[in-house]
Structure formats: C-alpha cells, structure tokens
Write a protein that binds this ligand. Structure first.
Ligand SMILES: [Ca+2]
Length: 296
C-alpha cells in the first residue's frame, strides 16, 4: 500500500479540510496509509483542530507535526476554533512534534518508499532538506529524501504564464525562500498542481454536503458554504490516484525556479527535469464530480 505524509497550511483556507477528508476516507478504506501530518502554520488551535477533524472522520490518532515558528503565516481563526472546542481533540500543539522532526523520524523509520503531499507553504520541507544528521538518522535531509521519498505532490505555483505568482510561494520572504530551497535542493520528482488548475473547479459546500457535516461547518466558518476552489483536494486526489494520466492530466516536464524577490515562478521545459506541472485533459466538471463523490 502507498504511504503518505500530508503537509498543510491548515487554517489559511478551507480547501485543506476538503483535501484532508479525501485522505482520511482513503486511509480509513485501506486504500492508502497516512503516516503523519505536518502543519506549516501555527496558532494555538492548530494541532487540536486538525486532530479533532481526524477524530470526527473516524481516523485514529496520527503523528502530527507543527512548525511552531510559523505564527506569522496564519492569522486567521475560522474553523480551527470550532473544531478545537468540539471536545473531539485528543492533542494540542504541546503534544505535536516539530514538523521537520516528524518528517525525519517517519522517513528514517520507513521501510517502503513514501510520498509527500504538500498543499501549503514549503518551509517545513525546506527545513527537512536543510536538516543535518542527528539522533533520528545519520543521513542529512537531502539523503533521507533521496533514499526514502518516491515523489512529492505539491499545490504551488502558477504555470499558465511565465512569471506567475501563487500564494503558497509568494506570500512572504520566508515562503519565497522556502520554495526556492525546495525546487533547488529536492532530489526526487515533484509534480506541481498550479493555481490555474484548481481555481475554476468548485467542490463541497451545501449542494454536496449534508447539514451537520463537520466539513460543511468548516467551509461555512471560512465563508465558503456554497463550495470552494479545489486546489488542495485536486492535489490530494491526484496523489492518491498516483498517476497524472489516470487522474485526467497531461504533464509538462522541466525545472521550476522561483524569484525570491517577487515570488514569481518560472518553468524551463526539459525531458529530464525533476519537476512537472499538470494540465487538464477534461472540463472542470470531471474533476469536481470526482472530488464530490468522495467527500459527500
Ligand atoms: Ca492549502
């Protein structure tokens, strides 16, 4: 069975919650194994709200990591409050591991290749790549990733124009540097799902989800009770399917670069590039229906 670590800027948008429902349901169904989750934003309710959502999905207590320094990356308190005070949370931030440690530990312990899904900012992955050998593993971050990670699926970038700007990359100096580090240092393939792919695909909301559904409450808390753009759930479903072609996409291969000053991303096409971005083969309803079928 394929195993995943999920990275999320939990709280910055509600499409992360839609993505996590897909992963939680596939994990519960035994189709994938979710080994852990790394949160790359930090407010007091971060770990508790994420765990409460997993608990309400019927998922066992999973290893959760957090970047405790990322307090500048999420100022929004929307669904986190409701979930953290729902009485379902089994942990708080204090119980969560450091995000980079979580990655290092899970990768060090892995006996099978692991895939990473990242639908938020890239500083924890950058921290992993820049990590040194320690008591967890004699391998530095780049070697750990090279030997243990099969592939990374990332919601980041904008690829329908040269020099496009997308939030997960351009938000701040920290996120721009992190994205630059990841695209330069990551030794394994990364498939990017860009802003332009998820923007026109609307999923979830009250046309799809029943009253009383925690996901609908979270979407309403965020202000998207009638559905939300599908950047993160499309990335999660693409990763779960595990094959761009089968998931309904063509791929363009090459190398991503990031302008640290502006947060713009660029793409140099090449057959052997470690990076790829996806392009839709079908119309938007194809992807929306595939997601709604899973989350409803
Ligand atoms: Ca996100």
């Amino acid at each position: 069975m394929r195993s995943f670590i999920f990275g999320t800027d939990w709280g910055e948008d509600c499409d992360d919650v839609v993505a996590l429902r897909i992963l939680a349901r596939k994990h519960k169904a035994g189709e994938i194994k979710l080994l852990g989750i790394a949160i790359n934003t930090c407010i007091d309710e971060s770990a508790a709200s994420l765990d409460a959502f997993l608990a309400s999905e019927g998922v066992e207590l999973l290893p959760i990591g957090i970047d405790r320094s990322a307090t500048e990356l999420c100022k929004k308190i929307t669904y986190q409050k409701r979930l953290a005070t729902s009485g379902k949370a089994r942990i708080t931030n204090a119980d969560a591991e450091d995000g980079v440690n979580l990655y290092r530990r899970i990768l060090a312990e892995a006996t099978e290749p692991i895939e990473i899904i990242e639908v938020g900012f890239l500083q924890v992955l950058a921290g992993l790549l820049e990590s040194e050998a320690d008591e967890i593993s004699p391998l530095d971050g780049i070697e750990l990733v090279r030997t243990k990670v099969a592939k990374i699926w990332s919601m980041a970038g904008k690829f329908d124009e040269d020099g496009g700007r997308e939030y997960n990359i351009h938000k701040s100096e920290l996120t721009r540097k992190a994205a630059d580090t990841v695209v330069k240092k990551c030794p394994v393939p990364i498939t990017f799902l860009g802003f332009e792919i998820g923007f026109p695909v609307i999923t979830g909301g009250d046309a799809v989800l029943k009253e009383g559904d925690v996901l609908l409450d979270a979407m309403r808390d965020y202000g998207n009770g009638h559905g939300r753009n599908s950047w993160d759930p499309m990335t999660a479903l693409l990763a779960v399917i595990g094959d761009e072609e089968k998931a309904g996409y063509n791929t363009v291969h090459g190398t991503v670069s990031v302008d640290i000053a502006t947060g713009a991303n660029y793409f140099a096409k090449s057959e052997n590039g470690l990076h790829a971005y996806v392009v839709k083969k079908f119309d938007d309803t194809y992807y929306a229906e595939a997601i709604n079928k899973i989350i409803a």
